[in-house]
Design a protein around this ligand. Structure first.
Ligand code: FMN
Length: 445
């Protein structure tokens, strides 16, 4: 009998404190101080779980992204005021039961032992719902919080990340599943034959192990990877279960999708791995005009200093001050910050003939992710097209304002996607890996 392979699209809720639009915090319906309000996140977590979302995703950085405090003082989302994500997810684990819990952790400013232990702890706490978004830190300001050394180069960051992920996975394999016998009669708490020291001595790390935690429910929490440069794709193809990416048009998204899947297949990965999830910023209205007016309302709230500063950061910390805001984007040099987003924004501005003002507004709302402005049916049409054309296996939903923009999506678009049979495959699965249709963790070697 032939195997019936039903593909369902995966949904993640990308949660910045006030919403994805840089001016969200100024919107009359948005609680501006929500970045440090547990109740705010709890409400979103319940709503996402109820709507059948596969996971919550908390982005993170270990520093405010920038130095210009006057410009930064006009934003709420450049990591100026938000919780450390693992701490927050631990709280959310206790009040949810089905939804996956994914957080970014940098391979440049953490040590693999920390990440292995934190992620394993979250996996235990949540009964198998933990995921790690591996990021290499494009935010050079993080360096200033970790001593005197300058921010490492792009190549060095990825070189460290390659070794980092292998150490983390090795540490997760410290214990056999049945090592903790807890035999009160014999007095043996764990079987010494069930534990192994990693003894990793590499270029970047010396880690003996073992991890001081039993093997977690998933064995290996889900690994996501969010860099799309050549080095990022290579790392993703070799190690990621899921890839987060920013794509703003169908053609590029399909090419990216095909490239990462083919590289992964050439490395012997299981068919379909890794899953590719594109970001989408939905502006939803009963009519397209109403959706557009929601975007316009937010754009009107962007102060030019905040917009330009955000764009400068996304382009790799460049200085646009000598250039007229209603003129074209000047040539942008390669920098050692993130590569793919800079390339995408430069390409978009050239392709569409955007001025600096146009581009900073585009950055204010989508930061290079797909923006969809329309009725629930139109938003669902675009998502279905990307999904069925082989551009994405699912989406990170970046609601422009929170919680209202997210409610629009769950109440209006989710039922439409459901009606089309595009959702809901993994809802009964207790663990995130299973829920996403991923292979179980590789057996302990
Ligand atoms: C959906 C998504 C989420 C991301 N989240 C984070 C994050 O939380 N922290 C971070 O430092 N970088 C984050 N990034 C940025 C990437 O990790 C990466 O630094 C960036 O894409 C540049 O990488 P590249 O040079 O390989 O292109 C995210 C990217 C995407 C597409």
């Amino acid at each position: 009998m032939g195997r019936l392979m039903l593909r369902h699209l995966k949904l993640g809720a990308f949660l910045y404190p006030t919403g994805y639009h840089v001016a969200a915090w100024r919107h009359p319906d948005v609680p501006a101080g929500s970045g440090t309000e547990f109740g705010f996140y709890a409400g979103l977590a319940h709503a996402a779980e109820e709507a059948g979302f596969d996971f919550l995703f908390l982005p993170d950085s270990q520093a405010i992204r920038g130095d210009d405090m006057a410009a930064l003082s006009r934003t709420a989302i450049r990591y100026v005021a938000q919780f450390e994500p693992l701490t927050l997810l631990s709280g959310l684990a206790a009040i949810t039961s089905r939804i996956g819990l994914i957080a970014s952790i940098s391979t440049t400013y953490f040590h693999p032992y920390h990440v292995a232990r934190m992620m394993s702890s979250l996996d235990h706490l949540s009964h198998g719902r933990a995921g790690w978004n591996l990021v290499t830190s494009q935010n050079k300001y993080e360096a200033f919080n970790f001593g005197e050394n300058p921010h490492p180069s792009h190549a060095e960051r990825y070189d460290r990340a390659e070794e980092f992920v292998d150490v983390v996975r090795g540490l997760w394999d410290s214990w056999s599943e049945d090592a903790f016998v807890c035999d009160k009669k014999t007095g043996i708490f764990f079987d010494p034959g069930g534990v192994r020291q990693l003894k990793h001595y590499g270029r970047h790390f010396a880690v003996r192990g073992p991890l001081n935690l039993p093997r977690s429910p998933q064995g290996h929490p889900v690994i996501c990877q969010a860099g799309s440069s050549t080095a990022g794709r290579r790392l993703a193809a070799r190690t990621a279960d899921v890839v987060f990416t920013a794509q703003d048009n169908l053609g590029d998204a399909k090419a990216f999708y095909a490239d990462v899947k083919a590289s992964a297949a050439s490395m012997g990965r299981r068919e379909g791995t890794p899953l590719i999830l594109a970001g989408v910023c939905p502006y939803i209205g009963v009519t397209r005009a109403e959706a557009q007016s929601k975007l316009d309302q937010l754009h009107d709230l962007v102060h030019p200093d905040a917009g330009i500063s955000l764009l400068e950061g996304q382009l790799g910390e460049v200085d646009l001050s000598g250039h007229p805001v209603d003129g074209p984007l000047p040539p942008i040099p390669e920098t050692d910050a993130g590569r793919s987003r800079r390339d995408l924004l430069v390409a978009t501005s050239r392709r569409e003939g955007l001025t600096i003002r146009h581009l900073y507004l585009r950055t204010a709302s989508g930061r290079g992710h797909l923006e969809v402005i329309g009725t629930p049916v139109e938003v669902a049409d675009t998502m279905e097209e990307w999904f069925s054309e082989g551009a994405a296996d699912g989406f990170n939903i970046m609601a422009p304002i929170l919680p209202g923009g997210f409610t629009d999506f769950t109440e209006l678009v989710v039922p439409e996607l459901s009606r089309r049979g595009l959702l809901g495959a993994g809802e009964a699965a207790p663990m995130l890996r299973e829920r996403l249709g991923l292979a179980p963790a590789p057996p302990r070697r």
